[in-house]
Every structure is written in structure tokens, then in C-alpha cells.
Design a protein around this ligand. Sequence first.
Ligand SMILES: [Zn+2]
Length: 221
Amino acid sequence: MKDTYMSSDTNMSSDTSSKKPKKPVLKAVAPFKKPSQAEAEAAVRTLIAWAGDNPNREGLIDTPKRVVNAYKEWFSGYDADPAAVLSRVFEDVSGYDDMVVLRSINVESHCEHHIAPFLGMAHVAYLPTDKVVGISKLAKVVEIFSKRLQTQETMTAQIATTIDDALKPRGTAIMIEAVHECMATRGVKQPNVATITTRFTGEFKTNPVLQERFLNLVQRG
Ligand SMILES: [Zn+2]
């Protein structure tokens, strides 16, 4: 894997085992009021004019409505609770105690710095204790966080924390690799750079052999 920026965030919070895990909460800042659909469409018209085009010309007349409706899909993650998704667990695991790995979950997200898409894959693993969760639910958690504005780094950490809190596994491993349009099409213009972020907790953090097995499994994909 050449041409990659390795941005491991395993040190983002020092030693998760002895300190309280950070909850993925939105910090309290100045309150905002959600605008009406008409107000949101007016804002898109402003941006079209800012780009230099006439929002009243025929080809653009319905664009604000389309953009606002696309936003509903792209940012549908604000209406969903990732912890609730993992609330239904199965306790009959017949002694299964090895890692559960989901490889190549689609990531379609937008960075909070430019509202530009970043597209890639997430690989998620956990070491169950006495309970497991429906595997599709892990993909759903990735989807919920990806349908919000954030950075790849925070998203990686949030997915790990959510799984740790809900399943109390022996460890969680997350790896996300994505190409960021804000970096590919503007700024430094590096379309071939994949940004890779990882987060290891519990035994994945303390046991290099487990970490290696996870990385080998996901990179086979
Ligand atoms: Zn960006």
C-alpha cells in the first residue's frame, strides 16, 4: 500500500483502559435553528450565484430543491442513534471467542471542513465476550456516522467507542481508508492519496499479534 498517508489515531485518547472512554457527543455550542426547506433552497441559490452562474436560468431552476433533497440523504445520520442499533444482542455464541471481522463496508461521507465527499471502505472487528450483535448492525453503525459531517479521524474513533460501549467486547479494531475530494480536486490536488485511519482498543491495542491478524485479514480484500 504505497502513496498513503498513515494517520493512526490510536493515541488520540491516552490509554482507554484506565480512563473513561470518550463518548461521541456533540459539544454544546451556540444553539442553531434548523431552517425551513425554502430557506435551505435559498441558500443553495446564493451559492450558485457565488459560483458565478444565474440561479434563474432553466437548467438551474430546480437545482436548489435537488440539492436540499440530496442533503436529506447525505446527512440522514443525524436522525439515527448508533447505540440503539447495537442494543439487540445475542448471547448464545456457542463458545465462539475469536474476532468477528467485517471487511469492506462502503463509506460515503462528507468532511466537516469542506462538505466535500470522501469515499472509501471501513473494516470493523471486535472480540466478543459473551454476546454478539447481528453483523449487519455493525455496517449500519458505520453508515450512521458516515451520514454526518465529521472528519475521518473522529468517525474512526466514534465507531470504536460505540461498539465498546454497547458490546463491552475484549477489544475493537477499526480501519478506514478513503479518498477525500477536498484533497483530490482542490488544495494540494492529490487524487491518488488514500487516507488511512485506525483505532485499536482492548486486546487489539495491547496484543500486536491480534492487530497483525486483523490487518492481514482486511488487506486481503
Ligand atoms: Zn475536507
